[in-house]
Design a protein around this ligand. Structure first.
Ligand code: AMP
Ligand code: MG
Length: 423
């Protein structure tokens, strides 16, 4: 059997970094910066008022108090957006609003709260220190200074900063394009009536969601029956419609049964569709896995088309059991997809925590990933639900995976384990 670590390496090698693209800022949420953002203007870009009030010379307000107010003429009004080119003469003030440009000659802002808010003349009830309530040009960022480094993930605050610097577009890593295809003649689309012996298809919505959580784009093909011809036709048709994708992600049809469509589609000695290897990985759940390259000599939907030389697409084949598929995605795909798109922390956070309950048995020679629930204070972890790969509810109610090493067959309460925080 292949080790988990070896299969992780094989899958990771297949995932290539996408090219940087320039996107309008409004489409950049969640993407990762492909280049540094350097301030082309200082922030703030000019000295301005932090308060609604009066721009003044601090020395003109010396000694002002409730008992002895200083009365000065209001020589100009400066709303936000005004260029404020008119200089402040000694022994006068300009009324100024928050964010408005400081007039030449002013060195302090007297807030409305310290005045009678007069329009022609103002009574100042308090002095103002030089520099009071003034936001200085460049105090946040100087021109030419690095605002954000390549690799930063763009969330609301970063998008706000980039916009404030005047950029309408940003260079980000393009999202990887992933084709998600489920296989199985028993599958029925949710929303349709369910016939006896059939089940609702849940892997493609789940895997598409997992793909999109990494920032990649999922193209969901729904599913094909257990027919090699249908499998190749569906992929060929999808690629003809979509153009190239970065990864084909299948589920089902890779284990030891009679109708293993993905395995049969790339059977040994039949390399016209590419090279995909199927292996047993020493883990539970998720033992049967496949990975390789889809590179058809010609697209299955167009028999007459010339061979599409060089068109090779990474293909990862996950097992069909819903929990196996989900855990396999976590173990083999999440990190390489996120890393390829430049994410600064592509791995799930791994906590080292004591078990709140024992693990009575774990299969010898296999790394086991148990569904788990973190204690409220995150100081311990409890394995949760039975280990079977069809228990979807316990997967949905868990918030972590408990990683039991291959050489371990049981663990007492209190033993420390690695816990993958799925939060
Ligand atoms: P397979 O790996 O194709 O042998 O499937 C293993 C188990 O997972 C079977 O019980 C399948 O019915 C189930 N299964 C496979 N694919 C899906 C899917 N897309 N959605 C829900 N269950 C699935
Ligand atoms: Mg199947």
């Amino acid at each position: 059997m292949r080790s988990v670590e070896e299969h992780q390496r094989r899958v990771a090698e297949l995932i290539r970094a996408p090219k940087p693209v320039r996107l309008p800022l409004g489409q950049a949420l969640g993407r990762v910066l492909a280049e540094d953002i350097t301030a082309q203007i200082p922030l703030p870009s000019f000295d301005n008022s932090a308060m609604d009030g009066y721009a003044a010379r601090a020395e003109d307000l010396a000694g002002a108090s409730e008992q002895h107010p200083v009365v000065l003429p209001v020589a100009a009004d400066i709303p936000a957006g005004s260029p404020a080119t008119f200089a402040l003469a000694p022994q006068s003030v300009h009324r100024i609003m928050t964010g408005a440009c400081l007039p030449p000659g002013a060195d302090a802002i007297l807030p409305f709260e310290s005045t009678d808010r007069g329009a022609e003349f103002v009574r100042a009830h308090a002095p103002a220190k030089p520099g009071a309530h003034i936001r200085r040009a460049g105090e946040d960022l100087r021109r030419g200074e690095r605002a954000l480094a390549a690799g930063a993930r763009l969330r609301a605050p970063q998008i706000g900063l980039i916009a404030a610097l005047g950029f309408a577009e940003v260079a980000v890593f393009a999202p990887l394009q992933v084709l998600v295809l489920s296989t199985g003649s028993e599958l029925t689309a949710p929303g349709q009536p369910l016939e006896r012996g059939r089940i609702y298809e849940s892997n493609s919505p789940m895997l598409a969601a997992a793909v999109e959580e990494t920032g990649a784009v999922a193209h969901r093909l729904r599913f094909v029956p257990d027919s090699v011809a249908a499998f190749h036709a569906r992929i060929g048709q999808a690629l003809a419609e979509l153009g190239e994708v970065d990864l084909i992600l299948t589920s089902g049809g890779v284990s030891a049964g009679e109708y293993e469509v993905v395995k049969q589609a790339f059977a040994e000695g039949q390399t016209e569709f590419g090279q995909v290897e199927f292996v047993s990985v020493a883990m539970q759940p998720g033992k049967p896995q496949g990975c390789g390259v889809y590179s058809p000599a010609r697209r299955a939907h167009a028999e007459s088309a010339p061979p599409t030389a060089g068109a090779a697409t990474a293909l990862v084949a996950l097992p069909g059991n819903p929990v196996s598929a989900q855990v396999s995605f976590e173990v083999f795909l999440r990190e390489p997809l996120a890393a390829a798109m430049g994410h600064p922390r592509p791995r799930r956070q791994v906590l080292r925590l004591p078990l709140a309950e024992p693990v009575p048995r774990s299969p010898a020679g296999k790394r086991q990933f148990l569904r788990g629930v973190l204690a409220q204070d995150r100081s311990s972890v409890s394995p949760f639900g039975p280990p079977g790969s069809h228990f979807l509810r316990s997967m949905a109610l868990s918030d972590c995976l408990v990683d039991i090493p291959a050489g371990t067959t049981s663990l007492p309460e209190g033993a420390e384990v690695d816990v993958w925080d799925l939060g």
